[in-house]
Ligand binder design. Structure first.
Ligand code: BTN
Length: 331
């Protein structure tokens, strides 16, 4: 067995087992030699895993380092198809850009691209997504949906829900969503989503859904710092990136499958609106005809923001056409 595959399997077994796993047990289960197991244990310890080994008792995993490696990611995956094909980069220009390149080369539906840092991280509307190494999450998914082109933008909303569930799972109960796809804690941005698509004649070739989450690394420009925060500052407890990623992907797979059956967002509308930071608040809608003030009510089954203007007219605001700013500050 190739060492990298064996490493992933041993890591999963150690994590599943709270007490000691004997060397003999590992050798039998994996069909490998004792020397091979010993080599893997040494490598894992060198990578920062705290593993106690006691003669005649075996190995026990005491703690996991906050690293992002293919193995660490794989050992946290609890999905059927999403992320099973995983590409990991220490540094890359942008996981969304690479996602498009891999998709053009034929990468399978559900391919996951993760990077420890990005040199050309991209945000919405051509903005830069600052992506320093060592503590944040930057990932993209390649999807090949069978549904209509018009529905692709709803994947952004699904990802926003998946990220908010993931953050809640690790203890960030106060995370909210600023429509359509910013994750916010205490009125500051903690994560963003960028969805890009290749389509032709009404059919989707592929969609790349990318998410950037500020977990810990805080070397941002003054401008970014003003409106953003990170999970380390807002959430107590252990913030292992691979753990968070695993939780998000599990939720996204679930949501995606439900969406393919229901074909709109009615099944998560209530949950989304509960997290919607704009709900009941004044917003300025900027559209092609100019800007107007309105009160955000919630979202439609298609993911548009429902707003009511001063003359009590209801408008459906489409994410691609307008930008919604809060009147007071960022939110
Ligand atoms: C935004 O809020 O403007 C969207 C930010 C999206 C950032 C992520 S990080 C991973 C993926 N790769 C990119 O270049 N962008 C997205």
């Amino acid at each position: 067995m190739v060492i990298i595959v064996m490493k992933g399997k041993i890591l999963t077994l150690l994590k599943e087992n709270q007490s000691f796993l004997s060397g003999q047990q590992l050798c039998e289960q994996l069909g490998v030699s004792r020397t091979a197991v010993w080599k893997v244990m040494k490598q894992l310890k060198d990578e920062g895993y705290e593993i106690t080994s006691i003669p005649n008792k075996g190995y026990c995993l005491k703690s996991v380092p906050n690293i992002l490696s293919k193995n660490e990611i794989k050992s946290q995956l609890n999905t059927t198809w999403l992320g099973q094909n995983c590409i990991y980069y220490e540094e890359i220009d942008s996981t969304n850009l690479q996602g498009k390149i891999e998709a053009e080369k034929g990468a399978t539906h559900g391919t996951l691209l993760v990077a420890d840092s990005q040199t050309k991280g991209r945000g919405r509307k051509g903005r830069v997504w600052e992506s320093p190494p060592g503590g944040n999450l930057y990932f993209s998914l390649i999807l090949r949906p069978q549904f209509e082109v018009e529905k692709a933008s709803m994947l952004t909303i699904l990802m926003a829900i998946a990220v908010s569930r993931g953050i809640k799972f690790i203890g960030g109960n106060n995370v909210l969503i600023k429509w359509p796809n910013d994750l916010v804690i205490k009125e500051k941005k903690v994560a963003g989503i960028l969805t890009e698509m290749s389509a032709e004649m009404g059919a989707i070739h592929y969609v790349v859904v990318g998410a950037g989450i500020n977990v810990g690394a805080r070397e941002y420009s003054i401008e970014t710092n003003k409106y953003s925060t990170c999970l380390e500052e807002e959430v107590e407890g252990s913030l292992l990136r691979a753990n968070l990623l695993g939780a998000i992907l599990e939720q996204f797979e679930l949501l995606y499958e439900q969406f393919c059956i229901v074909k709109d967002l009615s099944f998560i509308k209530e949950e989304y609106e509960e997290c919607l930071v704009n709900k009941g608040k004044e917003v300025i809608v900027l559209d092609a005809k100019g800007e107007y003030e309105a009160i955000a009510q919630g979202i439609s089954d298609l993911g548009e923001l429902v707003v009511i203007d001063k003359e009590k007219n209801i408008h459906l605001v489409y994410a691609g056409e307008v930008s919604v700013r809060g009147i007071y500050g960022y939110v």
